[in-house]
Design a protein around this ligand. Structure first.
Ligand code: HEM
Length: 518
């Protein structure tokens, strides 16, 4: 019997040689024209020894791809002992930074021969650089943290900071000026299409809890601090601390008492007799990144309304972890403020006028959530395209069933429609001042997010049915679909529910109605 020639994939073997290695003492099989020696692996195989013994000495390509993701072969590449004489591997080996070759696996602007008026050379360069970074540095940690529920490492945070990825998450602005970003992009030229690219590429780490754990809290709160904090020195200090990855920030608005109903919040901020401090009391719930935050951008009731205050961490702030349907890597938190003393110059905007602070800040948050959920819809559609192509049932590929093709048609159409709407709104953001965006885009962005998550609902539903039991299983073929089906609701609820946002879109439109009668 032949001996295992460790990792020598260049070795040429014949099908006749493979056929002879069909016993427990030497068990070989063929997958995609390559030969695997499974002799020592049989007992460790998660699918058991019997199935391997049944294909000993044979070509098991079809059986393998019916049951395993290609990444299994990459993980166990040391079992490969050679390639078949005169044959070569057909399955495309993905490398860090590669574009998908699956139709609709990429937005149309990244599809060869398709054109777009929105993306310039610098967008393409940034896309390439961020994808490489995500594939090499973010994806492995994201997968690990999603599974074990621990928080982002300081090492990855430092790398994100060094590459200005933390700064880019705030969107375009002065905080990027003078900086040379990855992909050779100048900070001054960074616009909302660059921003869209960063959001969609980061979502490709396919770890929904970790995705929020990776500074979503800072992304939605430091923007408000930069726009509204009156104390400039403090503003620059906290910006510097957070964008360098040394300190962490979160947005603390929602409470057990009120979510989207900001007017119903019960956390209070009362001024001390000398007028120099606020004393804050109350609770906050479902606060992303609260567990590791050093700053809490907090919504409070003040005598005549609602105010937003930057609250540094102190002993009077207590945090407790909340378990939700995605990973605790997101650091979702219940917070109690018990007589927390904060200087009054930590106020954002004007006292009692916090509503405008929160509402204008919501636009970027909601738009960024739309970017990532639409990318998830695409990834899930791509998974279904691959599965329908490789899965053999009733003696033929799944894609030969019209009912499956009808589902794919719907998933593709919904994804493309959402991406197109996203790009049109992004173009408006690039061409409007912050004030115009606050005034005119709240409605359209609300409708975009609410429509995108309604579509995500349909995509998750159809994808799960296409994958069957695997769409309900964590790990293995359907793992991305299972995760999306379990977590897409975060995008439908966080940052404003589907219903509230759809209604906002219509209410804003009604305000702009002329006196036109039928
Ligand atoms: C290079 C060869 C192989 C390796 C490295 C391998 C590895 C694995 C791994 C890691 C799993 C766990 C599930 C996953 O991560 O997808 C698994 C499951 C399984 N494998 Fe394999 N396998 C190989 C070949 C085969 C072949 C040829 C067959 C069938 C003829 C087979 C049948 C199964 C079955 C039935 C399961 C359980 C799948 C499920 O729960 O859906 N494996 N294998």
């Amino acid at each position: 019997m032949a001996q295992k020639d460790s990792q020598d994939t260049s070795k040429r073997l014949t099908r006749e040689e493979v056929a002879k290695n069909n016993t427990e003492d030497s068990l070989w099989c063929i997958v995609d024209h390559k030969v695997y020696d499974l002799t020592d692996f049989v007992d460790a195989h998660p699918g058991g020894n019997v199935v391997l013994q049944q294909v000993a000495g044979q070509d098991a390509t079809q059986a393998f791809y019916n049951l395993h993701r290609h990444e299994v072969l990459q993980k166990y590449s040391d079992l490969c002992i050679g390639t078949l004489e005169g044959e070569k591997s057909e399955v495309i080996e993905p490398h860090p930074g590669d574009l998908s070759q699956v139709p609709y696996g990429e937005p149309l602007w990244l599809t060869p021969a398709f054109k777009s008026p929105y993306y310039k050379e610098s967008h393409r360069n940034l896309r390439k650089a961020v994808r490489e970074f995500v594939d090499k540095d973010v994806y492995p940690e994201a997968q690990q943290k999603e599974a074990d529920g621990t928080y982002i490492s300081q090492e990855l945070t430092d790398k994100m900071a060094a590459n200005n990825l933390l700064a880019m998450r705030l969107g375009p602005g002065k905080h990027l000026y003078g900086k040379k970003l990855i992909g050779d992009v100048k900070g001054e030229e960074f616009d909302y299409f660059h921003d869209l690219i960063v959001a969609q590429e980061l979502a490709r780490a396919n770890a929904r809890g970790f995705q929020d754990g990776n500074m979503a809290g800072m992304m939605i709160s430091l923007t408000a601090v930069r726009q509204w904090l009156n104390n400039d020195a403090l503003k620059e200090k906290v910006t510097q601390e957070c964008l360098s990855g040394k300190k962490f920030m979160c947005l603390a608005i929602t409470e057990a008492f009120a979510g989207s109903d900001v007017a119903g919040l019960r956390t209070t901020a009362e001024k001390t007799a000398d007028g120099k401090h606020y004393i804050i009391n109350g609770t906050k719930k479902w606060i992303t990144n609260g567990m590791f935050a050093d700053y809490f951008v907090t919504g409070c009731r003040t005598p005549k309304g609602f105010s937003v205050i930057l609250v540094p961490k102190s002993d009077n702030i207590e945090t407790k972890r909340i378990k939700t349907s995605y990973s605790t890597a997101a650091a979702t938190t219940y917070i109690q403020f018990d007589n927390v003393k904060v200087p009054t110059d930590h106020l954002l905007g004007k006292e009692d006028n916090g509503f405008i602070v929160i509402m204008s800040n919501f636009n970027h948050e909601r738009w960024a959530m739309a970017c990532s959920v639409i990318r998830w819809m695409r990834t899930v559609t791509e998974e279904c395209m691959k599965w329908a192509n490789q899965r053999i049932v009733f003696g033929k590929p799944l894609n030969q069933q019209p009912v499956i093709r009808a589902k794919l048609a719907k998933m593709i159409s919904l994804t493309e429609a959402c991406q197109a709407q996203l790009e049109i709104i992004t173009y408006q953001m690039c061409n409007m001042s912050y004030e115009q965006q606050s005034k005119l885009l709240g409605g359209p962005i609300g409708l975009l997010k609410s429509y995108a998550t309604r579509c995500a609902h349909d995509v998750a539903d159809d994808a799960t049915n296409i994958f069957g039991g695997r769409g309900l299983t964590q790990g293995g073929m359907g793992k991305v679909v299972e995760q999306f089906h379990r977590t897409y609701k975060f995008d439908a609820i966080l940052g404003g529910t589907e219903e509230i946002l759809a209604d906002l879109g219509v209410r804003q439109a009604m305000k702009l109605m002329p006196k036109a009668m039928l």
